[in-house]
Ligand binder design. Structure first.
Ligand code: HEM
Length: 425
């Protein structure tokens, strides 16, 4: 078993499904939801929960009825206490927030999405392999002589930030800033921030916007072969059929999503894969002896962790899903993390099995028109980094001091620290 999953007793309606403790390990709740009410309206919040794989896919493939126009929910994780001061900071010092990919519906979504698709085509991503290999080796060189590291901090958070920085065309000297901004966006999504924390987050987001607005300006004047230059110079046909340059707010929205959506998620996946391998020495041995199992091992880790554990939808018309009526205007959570442990699809769903035949049927990258635009890149990063990690960090084992604490977050799931030891090189 990947985690000891104790069933939850009692009535669903008596459970606070947004209890931070439950968010840390939601699998027992998910099982109860799947067993008892796969489309469940939480009485306390009114939010519908979709927990079976087939129903999640049905909703995700129907963007007309299950809309991604959830920008307002995303800002404060759905809480009512988003402070006016944070909104004022963003309004006065920053750029307005606009819906581009994640929070846009067709036809608007289609236009932005096709712009970004080009940057992450399989061919372009394949071209990044030598850089990913080099970066992975450089990252490991820094600590390998010590025989220990924090996987999350020393490897997993570094690689995706360095790779996306290069693709955007920004020097990795700004690594620490990227990390701070990326975390600010993730915290904003947590649904657990206090009003004071929201104000601090807003200050960081304004810094992010100002930094990238400058980069866009400079690259508009001196374009190079990178994503920021493309965003600065491209002719864009908007949903009204007008061809124009992108506005700064649109450019920033796209950059923000590339930075946020890819960093914590890929970092959490790398960390979880190492944790699962250490917890299951027999699976580690299989992968160490046969590197061709690495891609499936990654898919299996993605399935079990599901870094984007949940995603919002807004219902645009009275509808029905899984026999349950859902009124227009309802908010809904697609529980991707639950669908990925659906026992009707995955045999022994809580078991980590690097040889599982259908691991890749997971929906960790979503489904339908919003399916992750960075999935080629993320997979390539992990498929490329893992053979190097496994070859160089021999006999990986847990060090003292791990609390295995998954921070509570309505949307995202993963460890921000994992201390390990390995044989010194
Ligand atoms: C393991 C790593 C990743 C996971 C688990 C993940 C997960 C997801 C999921 C579940 C969605 C769909 C959201 C929805 O249903 O509305 C999504 C969308 C998205 N992802 Fe990822 N992602 C990962 C890596 C990346 C990377 C590396 C990038 C960028 C470089 C990225 C950029 C995006 C963007 C921009 C969207 C919005 C796409 C749209 O709405 O059309 N993601 N991701």
């Amino acid at each position: 078993m990947s985690e000891a999953i104790k069933p939850i007793d009692g009535d669903l309606k008596d459970i606070n499904i947004f209890d931070p403790e439950l968010m840390k390990c939601p699998h027992a709740l998910y099982k109860k939801l799947r067993d008892e009410s796969p489309v469940y309206q939480d009485p306390a919040t009114g939010i519908f929960q979709v927990s079976k794989l087939e129903l999640i896919c049905e909703a995700a493939r129907n963007p007309k009825v299950f809309s991604n126009d959830f920008g307002a929910l995303q800002k404060d994780g759905g809480s009512d206490d988003y402070p006016q001061e944070a909104a004022d900071i963003m309004m006065k010092e920053g750029y307005p927030s606009v819906n581009t990919m994640l929070t846009a519906d067709p036809p608007r979504h289609t236009r932005y999405r096709s712009l970004v698709n080009k940057a992450f085509s399989p061919k372009l991503v394949q071209g990044m392999v030598p850089a990913i290999q080099r970066k992975t080796n450089d990252i490991i060189d820094k600590f390998i002589h010590t025989g220990k590291c924090d996987v999350a901090v020393d490897i997993a958070q570094q690689l995706p930030i360095k790779v996306i920085a290069e693709a955007l065309g920004v020097s990795s000297d700004y690594y620490e800033d990227f990390k701070v901004w990326s975390k600010a966006f993730t915290d904003q999504l947590s649904g657990t921030s206090t009003p004071e924390e929201h104000i601090e987050i807003a200050k960081k987001l304004v810094k992010f916007q100002q930094f990238f607005a400058n980069q866009l300006d400079e690259k508009g004047k001196n374009p190079a072969d990178d994503i920021i230059s493309d965003l600065a110079t491209i002719d864009f046909e908007d949903e009204h059929g007008v061809t124009r340059k992108l506005e700064t707010a649109e450019q920033l929205s796209i950059i923000q999503q590339l930075l946020v959506a890819g960093n914590a998620t890929t970092a959490h996946s790398i960390t979880e894969a190492i944790k699962l391998l250490i917890e299951h020495p027999e699976q580690m041995e299989l992968v160490v002896n046969d590197h061709s199992l690495i891609p499936n091992m990654i898919e299996e880790s993605l399935r079990l962790l599901t870094p984007t554990n949940n995603m919002w939808r807004i219902v645009t018309e009275d509808t029905e899903l899984g026999g349950v009526s859902i009124p227009k205007g309802s908010s809904l959570l697609l529980r991707y993390g639950s669908g990925n442990r659906d026992e009707e699809v995955f045999e022994n769903p809580d078991t980590f099995d690097v040889t599982r035949k259908n691991s890749k049927r997971h929906v960790a990258f979503g489904q339908g028109i919003h399916v992750c635009v960075g999935m080629n890149l993320s997979r390539k990063e992990m498929y490329t980094a893992f053979p190097i990690i496994i070859d160089r960090l021999k006999n990986m084992r847990f060090a003292e001091g791990n609390d295995f604490n998954y921070s509570p977050n309505v949307l995202l799931r993963g460890l921000d620290s994992l201390h390990i030891e390995f044989d010194k090189a």
